[in-house]
Write a protein that binds this ligand. Structure first.
Ligand SMILES: [Zn+2]
Ligand SMILES: [Zn+2]
Length: 380
């Protein structure tokens, strides 16, 4: 491959000032920057070529040799046979590629500067299980729970830097948070991009770390979190509380708190969506004669009238005594299932009465009543 003239590469003439050389190189570096041309081999070559030209022309000594002897003049002794590793370019011209450089302007919304602006490492999410009674679910509840989590260090206000000392661009990755390594094989070059170990990919390091958090920017602490549980949540449903998880390392975004709801089984009620089912046990005479009884509801006792002749298995609906709908207005119902208890033992006197009853008109031929039972109707 015939090497192109360095002046030609940068598009300048031999009398260009140092400033012009730098400007010309910046322009090309922006144009062929690997961030802008991912997986573009040609752009990468142009990027390397420009770096090589700049490396020589930016040095008075090398430039003089190049001017006199051409490529041969700088070939030996200076390692100026071109950059094979893009990472070498970044580190070699860190004045151009690190913070406050052209790339801030150019990649204003790009990855490099975004990483810098956000800073730190995001915190992890936390998950808690919150046990709730049906009563609490029914109308929603506000609960305070104690939680051990990473919080911002109060000493350094989360920066990880002691006494307001500042952070600086990581000298290893020059703020990119990434280190590129090139391995060579018979198939060619492989560029590996890895998170910078020195700064854990943050792009910045602390000058003197905060003693309390050892530069982490956060400490473990027990905190109280108030959780407003909306009405109508159900077993296994969850709520995400943004930013209530572990604090991020050195001002990184905090994680979320994920609250998973668990329903505590109720002594009396079974939940069926937003309805609740209650098993009411009455006696045979009560079912025949009718009765007014007290039944428990989620909000205390309530009166319920049982009509004379109420059949076993009948479901009585108590409107709006169930669970409040999630995300919409209105409540479910309480369904009261009628169970008739048959005594296992009766006295002699009771036996006599029952015998007499069984001979009486109403009991002798009860007739075919609507025994299509209510369980089927309600899908129970
Ligand atoms: Zn601290
Ligand atoms: Zn680094």
């Amino acid at each position: 491959m015939i090497k192109r003239d360095y002046y030609e590469i940068l598009g300048i003439d031999k009398n260009a000032s140092k400033d012009d050389i730098k400007k010309a190189y910046r322009k090309l570096a922006m144009q062929y920057h690997p961030d802008r041309n991912p997986d573009d081999k040609q752009a990468e070559e142009k990027f390397k070529e420009a770096a090589e030209a700049y490396e020589v022309l930016n040095s008075d000594e090398k430039k003089a040799k190049y001017d006199r002897f051409g490529h041969d003049g700088v070939r030996s002794g200076y390692g100026s046979q071109g950059f094979t590793d893009i990472n070498d370019i970044f580190s070699h011209f860190s004045d151009i590629f690190s913070g406050g450089s052209i790339f801030d302007d150019f990649f204003g919304s790009g990855q490099r500067s975004r990483r810098r602006k956000t800073g730190g490492t995001p915190g992890t999410d936390l998950k808690v299980t919150l046990k709730l009674t049906l009563e609490e679910i029914s109308d929603g509840v506000s609960k305070k729970i104690k939680l051990k989590k990473a919080v911002k260090c109060d000493e350094c206000k989360g920066t990880g830097a002691e006494g307001g000392s500042s952070t600086k661009t990581c000298p290893v990755c020059h703020g990119s948070g990434e280190v590129k390594t090139v391995s060579r094989s018979v198939f060619g070059q492989f560029v590996n991009i890895q998170t910078c170990n020195n700064c854990n990919g943050e792009g910045t390091v602390v000058d003197s770390p905060c003693k309390k958090c050892r530069g982490d920017g956060r400490i473990q602490n027990e905190t109280t979190v108030k959780i407003d549980v909306p009405p109508g949540v159900y077993q296994g449903s969850y709520m995400t509380m943004r930013g209530e998880g572990n604090a991020g390392k050195r001002e990184g975004q905090p994680g979320d708190l994920i609250v998973v709801f668990e329903e505590i089984p109720h002594d009396y009620f079974i939940r069926n969506n937003d309805d609740i089912i209650y098993d009411l046990h009455i006696s045979f005479p009560e079912s025949v004669l009718g009765i007014e009884v007290d039944v428990p509801t989620l909000k205390g006792k309530a009166k319920l009238k049982i009509d004379p002749g109420t059949q076993p298995g009948k479901l009585l609906r108590m409107r709006d005594k169930g669970i409040k709908h999630l995300n919409e207005s209105g409540y479910g119902d309480q369904l009261v299932k009628i169970n008739i208890d048959i005594p296992k033992k009766v006295t002699t006197r009771e036996k006599e009465i029952l015998k007499e009853l069984s001979e009486s008109t109403s009991f002798k031929n009860p007739g075919k009543k609507d025994d299509k039972n209510f369980f089927k109707r309600f899908g129970l």
